[in-house]
Design a protein. Sequence first.
Length: 223
Amino acid sequence: MCRLNADIDKFRMNQVCLLSTDFYTVSALEVIAPQDIFRWRRVIMYIHANSERGFSLIELLVVIAIIGVLAAVGVVGYQGYIDSTKKSVTEANAKAVQQWVLNTDTVRAAGIDADPTSCSANSASSEATIQACLSVIGSTDGPFASFKNPYNTSRTGDTAIRGLSSNSSITSGSTLCSAIDANAVNGDVLVSTSGTLIQTHYCVPSGSTSVLVTETGWDVDWD
């Protein structure tokens, strides 16, 4: 802001200005000769013009590049979250099946009819009959009819939860799902029977393959 002082006695006119801009502040009370007023005005106008200019092309390109990198990182992070969620849902499905196998073992031991009744002690007592009962636990009337494969939601019920016979030696995290079921895919829960021993497994991706995962203690003998 400027203030005009007039020294009438000496017939001279001076201007006292206090200069202040967005980029720096000069707090100096100075006496400026009239011929310098327009020079300072041009300086101030130049400063304000430069402070209000837009982005240059290079600056815009840098901003676009940064946005692209952040977007790529976000996509990768989101995909990782989706994959982790699918694995968690598959594991939860397998745990539910395993808990049912344990509960049914208790029911059978007590002489109570199981659900489905084909899994009762007097109906399922051999590898073939146990496998037959396990193959329908995901059917329309089975306890897992509403279960879905999180990797492929079109695979539901007895497509996603299946019982089968297998004597194969399984190493959790490395044995391929196809080793005990050629039609198995990621997200399926497989309940295998060897004699009267039942094991619950689930299929998850490992690189470009699908491997079986099981937990310690996930085997129950329905003898």
